[in-house]
Design a protein around this ligand. Structure first.
Ligand SMILES: [Zn+2]
Length: 391
């Protein structure tokens, strides 16, 4: 082969951006089918194929690693710090004549490759409305700085909360002392019990106290002349509480009780998860034919709060079978990546978003929140639930 002929052929090859006839094992391009078939019969190629057949996993791993390393090099050098279309980076990569062909790797599509990168935690994966994958390089240095800042913020908030709690307690103790000094409370019978690890304060007041003063709002349920209302979440000591006669110290105690109960109500509300629109699976074996059926949460009962009404999806003959069921017997359904979800547990409970990542290796999910655009990672399977689109 003359030097001139070789250079002509190289020029011809350079012009061919999309080369169908490429042998990954020999890293050889062929200009057409005939050339490729000739190459396939060559001694050199057959020898390489023997090597490949002896250990296909090794070569697949080698090509895949090379592909990933080259690809990430491009992302880091040209697209650091911004979101970029995966196909765009790939187009840049194939400009390099010696690039590893995708079909020589273990990934069938670029999307599959992008999901692999995302599951390694080195990129943030997202999709546009047409389902095209975008990635953004996760800069570990930037990330750890952000984590440090978040940790500082957590500590600061904890300090503020502890300080407020101290202030609240001393204000209450002062008001109790004032009440005692005023003679409205008999000495030894008043106790303030604060069980360890509890956020609630139980107030036990003298049983021989005079007429209870009229109470407004929910605290009226504590009228000692009435049988105590069933309070599922209230501390056990509450129904026995007697209230003193004078409105002034009472208003303080009342305020504390109301605060405690409001906080408990908030906690109870937070502990429930199956929100309307959530797509769930019924795990109540007593429901027979509906066991493991898919359903959509329609509403939540006001009481008891753990009871929800669900509409069973696609149950013949009627399309909608309504069932009241304890949410403990429901499991969140996970949609495919790119579909709307609601976070049902943890710090972001109640927030809607899009499932952007699923890492089966550590059973964790990532959700991009609609309201803030922030991607929350490390969510457990029980914390994310498929949700019917609004409207
Ligand atoms: Zn070959």
């Amino acid at each position: 082969m003359s030097a001139r002929g070789g250079s002509d052929r190289n020029q011809k090859r350079r012009g061919l951006r999309k080369i169908k006839f490429y042998c990954q094992m020999c890293e050889k391009e062929c200009s057409d089918r005939n050339g490729f078939e000739a190459h396939s019969r060559s001694a050199g190629h057959l020898a390489k194929m023997e090597l490949f057949a002896a250990n296909p996993e090794k070569y697949l791993a080698m090509f895949s690693d090379q592909f990933e390393a080259d690809f990430m090099e491009l992302v880091k050098s040209r697209h650091r710090g911004r979101k970029v279309l995966v196909n765009y980076v790939h187009n840049e990569y194939v400009q390099d004549r010696s690039h590893v062909r995708l079909n020589g790797t273990r990934w069938k599509t670029l999307d599959e490759f992008a999901q692999h990168l995302s599951s390694k935690g080195i990129v943030e994966l997202s999709y546009d409305d047409d389902g095209n994958p975008y990635i953004k390089y996760i800069d570990v240095a930037v990330l750890s700085a952000r984590e440090k800042h978040a940790e500082k913020e957590r500590k600061r908030k904890a300090r503020v909360a502890a300080k407020l709690e101290d202030q609240r307690r001393s204000a209450m103790e002062a008001s109790v002392a004032a009440a005692r000094a005023a003679g409205s409370l008999a000495g030894p019978v008043l106790e303030l019990a604060r069980p360890p690890d509890s956020d609630t304060i139980s107030v036990a007041l003298p049983a021989k106290a005079a007429q209870p003063a009229p109470l407004r709002g929910p605290a009226a349920a504590l009228d000692p002349l009435q049988p105590p209302a069933p309070l599922r979440t209230a501390p056990a000591t509450l129904p026995s509480a007697r209230l003193p006669a004078h409105p002034k110290p009472l208003s303080n105690v009342e305020r504390i009780l109301q605060e405690t109960r409001a906080r408990e109500a908030r906690d109870a509300a937070r502990a429930t998860w199956a929100v309307p629109g959530a797509v769930v699976r019924i795990l109540d074996a007593s429901l027979d034919s509906l066991f493991k059926a898919k359903a959509v949460v329609v509403s939540r009962h006001a009481s008891p709060r753990h009871l929800v009404a669900v509409a069973v999806v696609g149950t013949p003959p009627a399309d909608r079978v309504l069932v009241d069921i304890d949410e403990a017997l429901l499991r969140p359904v996970l949609p495919p990546i790119g579909k709307p979800v609601v976070v049902v547990r943890g710090e972001h409970a109640g927030e809607r978003g899009v499932l952007v990542d699923h890492m089966p290796s550590d059973k964790s999910l990532a959700v991009r929140l609609d309201a803030t655009g922030i991607t929350v990672r490390g969510l457990g399977y029980a914390a994310v639930c498929k949700v019917r689109a609004r409207g």
